[in-house]
Design a protein around this ligand. Structure first.
Ligand code: HEC
Length: 156
């Protein structure tokens, strides 16, 4: 009888230990995903200070952004749904912002005189992701979905 009780006790301890382990794991996962979420509010502030001067306070871009200016460089395109920002994957948008247009294209052996500066020295990777998250948050859901699908396809 005593042995049986002791065995039962051990089984109970094991069950509780397992439950505790799973609950704890869930909480750890939740914490990780919350801190991984981009800070769109910070992104909006950073957009205003770092990007709006060229891409427009309302993400409208520069006038005639499809035609090169007298210096041969393309003007800054809009970042709203009328531009082509949403045609690009997350990775490309990140690299373009971090390295700038010229360095990124040079990596691909394309000589390209770009007016898009590199922000790698001014913004951390997290800050760049937050700015991009803000830009995306202004798109209609339909556009956000298309861009997300494109990113997922490219990441495969
Ligand atoms: C000094 C002006 C200037 C500033 C400031 C600037 N850009 Fe640009 N950006 C440009 C120009 C000009 C282009 C278009 C030429 C090219 O594609 O290289 C461009 C292109 C881009 C592109 C690629 C085209 C597209 O729509 O996908 C991205 C992404 C981008 N900029 C993001 C940003 C972000 C994010 C910031 C702020 C952190 C920023 N830019 C600040 C001038 C600027």
């Amino acid at each position: 009888m005593m042995r049986r009780l002791a065995f039962l006790f051990l089984v109970l301890v094991a069950v509780f230990a397992l439950i505790w382990l799973f609950v704890d794991q869930d909480e750890a996962d939740n914490r990780a995903s919350i801190s991984d979420k981009p800070d769109v509010v910070q992104g909006e502030t950073l957009y205003a200070t770092s990007c709006a001067s060229c891409h427009g306070a309302n993400l409208e871009g520069q006038a005639n952004w499809r035609s090169p200016g007298p210096d041969g460089r393309l003007p800054a395109p809009p970042h709203d749904e009328n531009g082509h920002t949403w045609h690009h994957s997350d990775q490309l948008l990140f690299d373009y912002t971090k390295l700038g247009g010229k360095a990124l294209m040079a990596q691909r052996d394309i000589e390209f005189d770009s007016g898009m500066p590199a922000f790698g020295d001014q913004l951390t990777d997290t800050e760049i992701n937050n700015v991009l998250a803000y830009i995306k948050s202004t798109w209609p859901e339909r556009v956000q979905t298309m861009q997300a699908e494109r990113s997922a396809a490219e990441a495969e």
